[in-house]
Design a protein around this ligand. Structure first.
Ligand code: HEM
Length: 145
């Protein structure tokens, strides 16, 4: 939302990444290590008050960024034979929030990498732009159409 009526208001930028899980590596972790990697207890999904700095939810806590890094996540698990993982999908008004989160996940800020990387890796990624609607039609003015 920018309020400039230039064809960008209400549009979204979308980040899509294909992640492949290493299920063997995940199963080899103790249940405490699995919980700590996410920062939530697998048995009841409760957030851990004392989650380590490397836990995924601590790395990506949206309010902890300056400016705050909010995205709308719509990921989808996938599997093909014995392979599987997550198609990560995040919408935002720009790609800044996604990139800020990813930067912290890979340890670019403080050298601490997200514990997710112990058992899953992104193998591809793409950025897309979703145009806004104007009435019942796509508003493509930002593209000069
Ligand atoms: C295989 C890859 C990933 C897995 C399995 C995963 C899993 C999770 C899980 C279990 C949660 C906690 C539950 C929830 O809030 O939905 C979570 C939260 C979150 N994840 Fe991921 N995630 C992955 C990749 C990513 C990536 C690439 C980003 C962004 C660059 C990201 C951003 C977030 C954010 C923003 C939250 C909410 C943090 C908050 O509480 O503010 N995740 N993720």
């Amino acid at each position: 939302m920018r309020g400039q009526d230039d064809g960008m208001d209400g549009s979204s930028f979308v980040a899509v990444q294909l992640w492949v899980h290493d299920f063997k590596a995940f199963r080899a972790m103790s249940s405490q290590d699995q919980d700590n990697a996410i920062g939530r207890r697998k048995s009841d999904n409760e957030e851990l008050a004392d989650a380590p700095e490397s836990s995924h939810v601590k790395r990506t806590a949206q309010e902890s960024f300056e400016p705050q890094a909010f995205v709308l996540r719509r990921s989808m698990p996938w599997s093909e034979g014995m392979r599987g993982g997550l198609i990560f999908v995040a919408f935002g008004r720009s790609l800044d929030a996604f990139e800020a989160q990813l930067k912290r996940m890979v340890g670019a800020e403080d050298g601490i990498t997200d514990a997710l990387f112990r058992f899953t890796l992104p193998v591809s990624g793409s950025y897309f732009w979703c145009p806004p609607m104007r009435g019942d039609k796509l508003d493509l003015r930002a593209l000069g159409i």
